[in-house]
Design a protein around this ligand. Sequence first.
Ligand SMILES: [Zn+2]
Length: 378
Amino acid sequence: MLMLLKDIFCQDRAVGRLQQAFAAGRLAHAYIFAGPDGVGKQTTAQAWAKMLLCRSRTEKKGPGPFFDSCGGCESCQVFDGGGHPDYHLIEKELRPFTAKDKGKEAKKDLAISVIREFLLDKVAARPAMGDHSVFVIRESERLNASSQNALLKALEEPPKHCFIILLCSRADKLLPTTLSRCQMIRFGPVDEQHIITALSKLGVGKAEAEYWARFSDGQLGQAITWATLEPKDTTCYKIKIKLIESLAKHQLSDSLELADWMLKAAKGIGEVWAQEEPNTSKTDINRRAQKGLLRMIIAAFNDAMKLAAGIGENLVNADPAGQIEMLGRRFDAEQSARKIATAYESTRWIEANVNEKLIFEQLLLNLTDSAIISGLTT
Ligand SMILES: [Zn+2]
């Protein structure tokens, strides 16, 4: 069974605002759920839609109103089965299934054909099962200007039965006209302790859970993905240990080999990730895996910088402290800061579609220190 609203434990404020509006009969017809990736925007939208569509919703009295789906009615059962006719998930991956762009690959943008055919053509239709229909747009930061302009009509005068929710990690990418027609619900980062608890429930060990909780910076979904993906014969955590270990001992001469290892590691992670998310494009997933490895590097140098400055608390890499100490001894705070800047730059290159082999080789060449190049050892 899909998650109920009561099970969404980490976004009480966001869910509370929706509940209050609903109880007062003031639910808006268009919302933006804004916040970083992986903090529960889509899970909440789905559970909220299920509640709206439920034929015998429950109401719990507490400090505030709390409505939830019953989980047992016909609507809930169909919803859990994944094919509710009144629940529409709009995503860029639908492009090949439109009449206009039939068979064409999904692009980076959310195409106007998707908005037209999967939303505009459908909003006016009466709901098939109940009194409402719900449209959820994933990654609405990818709506380009023409898609947003097309969407305006539906946002301006949505039919009474229809609710539209835009999930968005970059509200600054939305046009003022879009923003002004929607109510904004903010989703904050998830508390670190919540993430650790959630990971422990999934059987993730303590040290690993702590690492991923800090690594993911309040993005629960991301923490779960990295902690539970199992690339061939290994885990992402073991990959992380090996990566930091290699960085601590890294010499200029092994840069190319290490770059090659990183690319292969990212590919391995991407392959299992793609099985979990068959709808997301392989390119997107590969990039996420590569950027994840870069974030591991950034976190390690950040920790080394803290250690060099005499701050030993709140390290992301609290576990293999020896390795971070090695990095900290090898690079002073200023050098670590430069390595961090280099790794961020590589992240931008990945987004910009630069050849990945080149990016990683260049990065690793830049991650050694001049003391090693001139033959000195630390
Ligand atoms: Zn129900």
